[in-house]
Design a protein around this ligand. Structure first.
Ligand code: SF4
Length: 275
C-alpha cells in the first residue's frame, strides 16, 4: 500500500480530493471566497483533466471527490461529467442552486443511482436576508430547485454559510429544508471564512492550516491545502495555502501535502467546523 493510501486509511489525510471546476459564476455574493462573478477569469480545469485526476485519486487510495467553483453548473458538460466522476468515487458537487432548468435536472437523473450529492447554498429561512448576501431572487430559485432534485432521487445537501444565526432562525431554516425533502443529517451550518470578497466587507473568521482539514484541492493553477485555499482577492489568486504548482500526476501534490501534514506540530488539528 502506498503512503497516501495508508495516510487516508489511518485518518492522517482526509479522503476527499477537491476539484475546482471553474471560477466564474452567475452570482456575485458578498462573501464569495473566489471573487466570482460572470466576468471572473474562468480558470477551467477541464473535463478530461478532471476525469484523469479522479481516476488517479482512486488509484492512490482517496475515497471521495468534491467538485466546486465558481458555479460548476455553468459548464455545459457538467451533468454527464458528474455521473462519470461518481462512477469512479463518491462525490459531492457544490452549487448555488440557481441554474437548474428542467432540461438540466433531467440530465442529472442518473445521479440518483450513483453515490453523488448536490450541495446547495441556502443561508436564511426568508428571502430578504438570504438575498442580501447572494443577490435578488436567489432564495426563490434555490427553494424551487431542491424538491425538483429530490423528486428525481438526487441526494441534496443544504449548506448554510453565516456569520451568526440564532436558535429561532436556525429552527425556521431547518423546518424549511425538511419540508423541501432534505433531512437534518444533510444540512450543514458553517462560518463565513474571511478570504476573497469577505475581506472587503469585514466578514467572517480567519482560517489557516490549523483551522482547515488538509483536503487536497486541485485547481488549474496548482494544488492547495484545502478548498478554502485557492481563493482570490483583489483579482489575484491567494497562494498562502499553495502546496505545489504541480497537479499531475496526482501522486506529486498528494505526497507534498502528506509531507506538510507530517511536519505539522503535534496537536495542531483543525479547530473550526469548516467544510
Ligand atoms: S459564493 Fe458561490 S454562488 Fe456566490 S458568487 Fe461565489 S461562487 Fe458564486
Amino acid at each position: 500500500m502506498n503512503a497516501v493510501a495508508e495516510a487516508v486509511r489511518d485518518g492522517v489525510l482526509p479522503g476527499r480530493v477537491w476539484l475546482y471546476a471553474n471560477y466564474h459564476c452567475n452570482l456575485a455574493c458578498t462573501y464569495c471566497l473566489t471573487e466570482s462573478d460572470p466576468r471572473a477569469e474562468r480558470r477551467e480545469l477541464g473535463e478530461q483533466r478532471m476525469l484523469a485526476l479522479a481516476q488517479q485519486a482512486a488509484e492512490l487510495g482517496f475515497t471521495a471527490l468534491g467538485v466546486t467553483g465558481g458555479e460548476p453548473f455553468l459548464l455545459p458538460y457538467l451533468p454527464e461529467l458528474l455521473a462519470r466522476l461518481a462512477a469512479i468515487l463518491p462525490l459531492v458537487c457544490l452549487s448555488n442552486g440557481t441554474v437548474f432548468t428542467e432540461r438540466r435536472l433531467e440530465r442529472l437523473r442518473p445521479l440518483a443511482e450513483l453515490p453523488a450529492q448536490i450541495q446547495l447554498s441556502l443561508d436564511r429561512p426568508e428571502p430578504d436576508p438570504n438575498d442580501q448576501m447572494r443577490g435578488p431572487g436567489n432564495f426563490r430559485k434555490v427553494v424551487d430547485a431542491i424538491p425538483r432534485l429530490v423528486e428525481r432521487g438526487v441526494r441534496v445537501r443544504v449548506a448554510t454559510t453565516v456569520t451568526a444565526i440564532d436558535d429561532e432562525e436556525r429552527e425556521r431554516l431547518c423546518e424549511l429544508h425538511r419540508q423541501l425533502g432534505v433531512p437534518d443529517a444533510d444540512h450543514i451550518i458553517r462560518p463565513i471564512v474571511r478570504r476573497g470578497r469577505a475581506v472587503d466587507h469585514g466578514l467572517g473568521v480567519d482560517a489557516g492550516p490549523a483551522d482547515l482539514p488538509a483536503e487536497l484541492t486541485i485547481t488549474t493553477d496548482g494544488a492547495f491545502w484545502s478548498p478554502f485555499g485557492p481563493t482570490v482577492h483583489g483579482g489575484r489568486l491567494d497562494t498562502d495555502l499553495l502546496v505545489t504548482r504541480t497537479t499531475t500526476p496526482l501522486k506529486v501534490p498528494a505526497a507534498a501535502l502528506l509531507r506538510l501534514v507530517h511536519a505539522r506540530p503535534a496537536g495542531a488539528d483543525t479547530q473550526l467546523n469548516i467544510r
